[in-house]
Write a new protein. Structure first.
Length: 304
């Protein structure tokens, strides 16, 4: 097992290759977007690597395919791990999880949680063996964008709340205002509410980023809400990546209106399906998205 505070580019590429092998085998991403972005840079994370030849011992290099990888994010007290499909059922998942829990305890993370995307049977079994239970559920909700699926939304896109204008994001101009509203809108969210300028700039460098896919709602010249869309190149699905309304503007119908605009925008791009992620316990948001035709399509969980 190798513990590193930083990865060089070659090892970061090896981790991405490992994640892709696991995603191809499992049909679901092994590591989340933030974890992949934090393979490089100055994030407050710990990297744990297993070399294929060394099993649970020894170092890890880019020369040999990795058998396993885990990342502990000290800022969010969360972790993710992945084992290569060809190296499973040999105790490597238990070794990685044990190392993550040991590292968390050593750094004072009393409520460390471990992500399981899709909550696959292997993750369930590993958690059960380690005495972990589900502490959080993140739902993916989806809906088709075809005309046959029925009305696009419960609120027509053309009906803008009084005094509100909606425009696309301008790179180099709107970052700080967006961050301030996002922080207020997601003050209780462990990941979204912590976004920094560096996080925004990292996403602006991703192949999927388009400024016109980030809609800003302003009232009297002041930003009050936003809806960010994410469409991976070549994908048939479009994601409502983040929708945030300033607490001072909540209850005005902005959330419903922006959801309607997003669905119309994604449909105009010729996409077949819209997806989003929402906390299972956020009953108000779940109701809003259910009224807009979304249904639960997958569950990601955190064990702790």
């Amino acid at each position: 097992m190798t513990r590193l505070d930083h990865l060089d580019p070659a090892v970061a590429r090896a981790v991405r290759d490992l994640a892709l092998r696991a995603e191809t085998e499992d049909g679901i991403e092994a590591l989340g977007e933030q974890t992949l972005l934090q393979l490089t840079g100055e994030a407050d994370v710990v990297h744990l690597l297993l070399d294929r030849d060394a099993g649970t011992e020894g170092g890890s290099t880019a020369a040999a395919p990795l058998a396993g990888y885990a990342q502990l994010d000290r800022g969010t007290a969360s972790a993710e791990l992945v084992v290569d499909p060809g190296a499973r059922r040999a105790g490597r998942g238990s070794a990685l999880l044990g190392a993550v829990l040991t590292e968390g305890a050593a750094t004072g993370l009393a409520d460390l949680r471990v992500w399981a995307h899709g909550d696959l049977p292997g993750a369930q079994a590993l958690a059960a063996r380690s005495g972990l239970v589900v502490r959080r559920e993140l739902w993916q909700m989806s809906r088709p964008l075809t005309e046959a699926a029925g009305p696009a939304t419960a609120t027509p896109p053309g009906v803008t709340p009084p005094g509100v204008t909606v425009r696309p994001f301008v790179v180099g101009q709107d970052e700080q205002a967006w961050l301030e509203v996002n922080a207020r809108a997601f003050a209780d969210h462990p990941e979204q509410g912590r976004m920094t300028l560096r996080d925004v700039e990292a996403r602006q460098g991703e192949p999927w980023f388009r400024a016109e896919d980030l809609l800003l709602a302003e009232q009297d010249g002041r930003l009050v809400a936003s809806a960010w869309m994410k469409v991976e190149p070549g994908a048939e699905d479009g994601e409502l990546y983040a929708l945030g309304v300033d607490p001072a503007a909540q209850g005005s119908g902005l959330g419903r209106h922006l959801t309607a605009l997003v669905l119309a925008h994604l449909r105009d791009r010729g996409l077949a399906r819209a997806t989003l992620y929402v906390e299972a316990e956020n009953a108000a948001a779940v109701r809003t998205y259910t009224r807009a035709g979304f249904e639960r399509s997958r569950v990601d969980v955190q064990y702790g």
